[in-house]
Write a protein that binds this ligand. Structure first.
Ligand code: UFG
Length: 331
């Protein structure tokens, strides 16, 4: 198969490209490198371009005759989406509309879309299944939900076949240690905890210790990036096999608290994680845990790396590799 991967130089997209390449697929990556990294693309052809340039898309789709699209490219910072909503509606919703129109006009019908647990907003019940009300509480979640609505309407009107994958907390890096998480700025818990251990970042700020959870810190559902990618591949196969357009939650189904993450990070690194107590971060629900049973039963998806220790061990390997590379450069 020949697949188009938007955002394939980013954190999750680059892991997807690696998997597709390993499975023998032809891959074309479109990434404007606004947050991705050229050296994260381990296979396929990288085209550095804005995926929402309509003339470019027309030419590309005509030339390459893709069998499907994995659409990762997006802005992902919840806080920034609150202060600059236009950026999120433009980059995530409006740009994707252009992609959908181009796919429609060229008869390119198979789309696996990176959605988010943020489409649900404040959880009304837990674990969260796909039928949970979708009431996003920030423009990031709203911008992704809009795409889900557009895809559904395109399905009805034009026969688009799509799967929306609603990620919970993507974490970890590939087991071989070739790829990793390189967000700028970094806002995610696990890389920040590990960088605090290395002294590359200040002590971790633990946002809130007074939540209604067993240890008072927020509970999240961490899902290994390689398990996320295996679900994408299964979702595309499901579409090729005639599966109906739908959405799946991708999570581990097991929640871990921020304090547990800190404890496991200390065990994996052999060093305490420097941290200080801070107030609650605005918009953080106490508990976000997926019911991912539909993905498991419909797609036959089996997450294999998603225990917290493995996730943190792989992330730590990556951080150590980055340190070694920086030292080599300085010698
Ligand atoms: N946290 C800290 N200190 C930090 C960073 C995070 O205590 O410096 C805590 C947060 O308060 C939260 C947990 O660690 O309780 C995880 O926070 P992350 O920022 O790593 O992840 P989020 O749960 O906020 O967000 C993730 C994705 C979003 C997505 C959301 C959907 O990053 O893109 O899940 O649930 F929208």
């Amino acid at each position: 198969m020949h697949y188009l991967v938007t955002g394939g130089a980013g954190y999750i997209g680059s892991h997807m490209v690696k998997l597709l390449f390993k499975q023998g697929h032809q891959v074309t990556i479109v990434d404007d490198l606004s947050s991705g990294h050229r050296d994260a693309v381990l296979g396929g052809e990288l085209i550095v371009h804005d995926f929402s340039d309509r003339a470019f898309l027309d030419q590309l789709i005509t030339e390459k005759n893709f069998d499907g699209v994995f659409h990762f490219a997006s802005k992902i910072l919840v806080g920034e989406s609150v202060s600059n909503p236009a950026k999120y509606y433009r980059a995530n919703s409006f740009a994707t509309l252009t992609l959908l129109e181009a796919m429609r006009d060229h008869g390119l019908n198979h789309l696996v879309f990176s959605s988010t647990a943020a489409v649900y907003g404040e959880p009304q019940s837990t674990p969260i299944d796909e039928a949970h009300p979708k009431v996003p509480v920030n423009p990031y979640g709203a911008s992704k939900l809009m795409v889900e609505m557009m895809m559904s309407d395109f399905q009805r009107a034009h026969g688009l076949n799509y799967v929306a994958l609603r990620y919970f907390n993507a974490a970890g890096t590939d087991a071989e240690g070739l790829l990793g998480e390189r967000h700028e700025p970094e806002t995610h818990l696990i890389p920040l905890a590990l960088k605090a251990v290395l002294g590359q970042k200040p002590p971790l700020k633990l946002f809130g210790q007074d939540y209604d959870t067993p240890d008072g810190t927020c509970i999240r559902d961490y899902i290994h990036v390689e398990d996320l990618c295996s679900a994408h591949l299964l979702a595309m196969q499901y579409l090729h096999g005639g599966g109906q357009p739908t959405a799946f939650n991708l999570g581990n189904g097991a929640g871990y608290s921020v304090q547990q993450v800190i404890d496991v990070a200390a065990r994996v690194t052999g060093k305490p994680v420097p941290f200080e107590l801070a107030g609650r971060r605005e918009g953080d629900p106490a508990r976000l845990v997926a019911d991912a049973s539909r993905a498991k039963s419909v797609l036959q998806w089996v997450p294999v790396h998603s225990d917290l220790e493995t996730i943190i061990r792989h992330a730590w390997q990556w951080e150590l590799k980055m340190v070694a590379q920086a030292q080599e450069k300085n010698i």
